[in-house]
Design a protein around this ligand. Structure first.
Ligand SMILES: Cc1cc2nc3c(=O)[nH]c(=O)nc-3n(C[C@H](O)[C@H](O)[C@H](O)COP(=O)(O)O)c2cc1C
Length: 188
């Protein structure tokens, strides 16, 4: 796929389906993630893959981490259990924040965010669909514990990757002038 078309036309894809993402495709996604810019080559990003039956186990983690989950309706419980089943591959992007004299926490988070964007772009270039999600589970300490994360680790995104299931949205083309200006120095 033409790289510039990919960058200017990619959309997020919430409706995803199988078949499985192949090991070759997974490698391209993850190698793309690892090419994200990274101040001082601190390597803050880690990527946890969740596929197959492990997605059901993660659904259990999500449910049991939900406050007062026993009080929820059966329908709501089933929805939470099914969250990780929304795509054949779930990539959990984590920023392992370290103290560094030149690289503040925000820059480490941004680096992992850039890694996520590279995954979205690479998925699109492979003809796959993907979407970056966060939500309550991304900041839930029980989920972090079940994923084996430490208190310094931050879940930057749950990236769902699969085959496009349905129509792709056609976002409106945004007028550049609404977002971009040529800076000029103030006149004294
Ligand atoms: C950090 C971050 C977190 C997001 N979390 C969610 C989410 O939890 N659920 C969701 O539906 N969309 C979420 N989104 C938005 C989608 O990823 C996507 O950007 C949005 O649906 C717009 O689609 P587009 O990327 O094609 O413009 C998030 C986006 C970002 C950048």
């Amino acid at each position: 796929m033409d790289a510039l078309r990919m960058l200017t036309e990619r959309v997020s894809v919430p409706q995803l389906t199988g078949p499985e993402i192949t090991p070759q495709e997974q490698e391209i996604l993850l190698r793309s993630a690892l090419r994200a810019p990274d101040h001082a080559w601190l390597r803050p990003s880690r990527y946890l893959l969740v596929t197959g039956e492990e997605r059901r186990a993660l659904g259990e983690v999500f449910l049991h981490a939900t406050p007062d989950w026993q009080q929820l309706s059966e329908d709501r419980q089933q929805k939470i259990l099914a969250m990780p089943l929304r795509a054949p591959l779930l990539i959990i992007a984590v920023s392992c924040i370290r103290q560094h004299p030149k690289v503040p926490r925000d820059e480490q988070l941004l680096s992992t965010g850039a890694g996520v964007q590279n995954i979205l772009n690479a998925a699109w270039a492979l003809g796959l669909g993907a979407i970056w999600r966060t939500g309550e589970m991304a900041v839930n300490p029980q989920v972090a514990e079940a994923l084996g994360l430490s208190s310094q680790d931050v879940i930057v995104g749950f990236v769902y990757v699969g085959h496009v299931n349905g129509h792709l949205k056609q976002p409106p083309e945004l007028p550049l002038d609404d977002f971009v200006t040529h800076w000029k120095p103030k006149t004294p």
